[in-house]
Structures are given as C-alpha cells and as structure tokens.
Design a protein around this ligand. Structure first.
Ligand code: URA
Length: 246
C-alpha cells in the first residue's frame, strides 16, 4: 500500500537508482546523480531520489529515452525463410519458426506467414502485445513485396487498392504500387488467411514469390533468411503505442 504523501500513480517497487544501475547506467551513485540532475522521468514526470518504480507498470526515461522493457519479456524479429512453418510445434515434423530463435524463454509467433512466404515475423512471450497486434481493431500495417505472374495493368492495381471480392468478403482498401514489371508493393492492415495471394489471384496475377518487408514500425533489410535479432526498446515502445487502446 502506498503511504501518505506517495506520488500519484507510484507503485511499490524497487528504488529507481537500483533499476537504472542494473540497466547499465553506471553505479548506484552515478544513477543517483542522474536522478538528482533531473534527467530521469517516470511516467512523464521528473523523478526524485526516493522514487520507487515497478518496471512492469512505470515508464522510465533517461534523457527522454525509455529504459529496458519488463523483465522476462523477449521480442525477436525473424526473417522467416520459405519452407518454415509458422507454428510452435508441428506434428508432421516440418521445420518451424520457434526452432530458429532461442528456446528459452518460450516464445510464439505473432500472426502467421504461409509456409511458402518469406520475411519478417515477430516472436514474443508478451501475450498482451501479441493479442493486440493481431486484433483487427488495431489494424497494424503489414507490407509485402509480391512477385506476380505477368504485369498487372493499372486497372488491376486500382482494384487491389479499392478492395477485391474474396470468398470471405471484400478486402479493405490497401496501399498498392507496381514496381515494374511484375512486383507489387502491397500494404494491408487485415490479417486474413493467404490474403495477399488471394487478392493477387483475384485480379488475375497469381503470386510467384511473397516477402513481408514490414510489420508496423518493424523493418530490417540487413536480416538474412533464417536470421533473427532482438527488438530495440524503442521498437517495443513504438509497437505498444500503435496498439494502445484509444
Ligand atoms: N498474405 C498471404 O497471402 N500470405 C502470407 O503469408 C501473408 C499475407
């Protein structure tokens, strides 16, 4: 329980200087000086020396830059190669995405890419963020490069932009550009099964190769097929902001 005089919104927790020291800002003494100099904010307000924080709830910034994410949560960005299944286990024994990232703590893929689709896939043990990112109400943008058969004429590109009729309903408007002669850059915010492939098929230009190049703010041209990296704190924060309830 917070005692009299506790700051509004303060949680019980660890002393701020201890957390900063653990996060790599220097000795506790150095971190106390950072706090005393007014360089540390908690939930937007300049923190004072006695402040306790709970990293699971409080947003801590040093010089305006948020410090690490809640302990125990991991976020990996994987460049999924073709042929790897987006699942946490496969009874048929096919290669699966979780085998391409560290086994512990256990993570699961956020959304899915078809087995024959390549590109960026987020894996995490943060169930709350994963749930929101895949919820249609948040409409996180996903960008794809689709190599297609033939050269789609302007009318086909327009149809893709405006929405095409699929067997599970009309697709929402999308951002679509032709990279001549046969690549479509497509940005959608829905997540229906095989959506991009079905959209392209519907306008008469089946997909030959499909690569996801962006998930929300997440991009990485340097990540080779099968490679992964941890998200930066700023990327996690940006995702959180994108799926924050209004
Ligand atoms: N659309 C598809 O058709 N396949 C994917 O893997 C992702 C989006």
């Amino acid at each position: 329980m917070s005692g009299p005089g506790a700051q509004p919104g303060a949680h019980e927790g660890e002393r701020l200087q201890k957390i900063l020291a653990r996060t790599g800002f220097g000795s506790r003494r150095v971190c106390e000086i950072l706090i005393a100099d007014g360089r540390v904010r908690v939930n937007g307000s300049v923190a004072d020396l006695g402040r306790r924080v709970d990293v699971a709830h409080d947003r801590v910034e040093v010089d305006g830059v948020p410090i690490g994410v809640a302990e125990g949560l991991v976020y990996y960005l994987l460049n999924k190669p073709r042929g790897v299944v987006t699942t946490a286990s496969d009874p048929q024994g096919r290669p699966i995405v979780v085998d391409l990232v560290p086994p512990s703590p256990r993570v699961f893929p956020v959304g899915r890419l078809d087995t024959d689709t390549e590109g960026l896939l987020l894996l995490t043990n943060d169930g709350e963020l994963a749930h929101r990112m895949t919820h249609p109400s948040f409409g996180v943008e996903k960008e794809y490069l689709a190599e297609v058969e033939g050269t789609p004429p302007p009318a086909a590109v327009r149809r893709l932009r405006e929405g095409v009729e699929l067997d599970d309903g009309r697709t929402a408007p999308a951002k679509v550009a032709l990279v001549p002669p046969n690549v479509l850059r497509i940005v959608i915010h829905e997540g229906r099964n095989r959506q991009v492939r079905r959209m392209c098929e519907a306008v008469g230009h089946p997909v030959v190769r499909l690569v996801r190049t962006r998930v929300g703010v997440l991009v990485d041209r340097a990540l080779g097929p099968g490679e992964w990296r941890s998200l930066e704190v700023g990327e996690v924060r940006a995702l959180e902001r994108a799926v924050r309830p209004a």
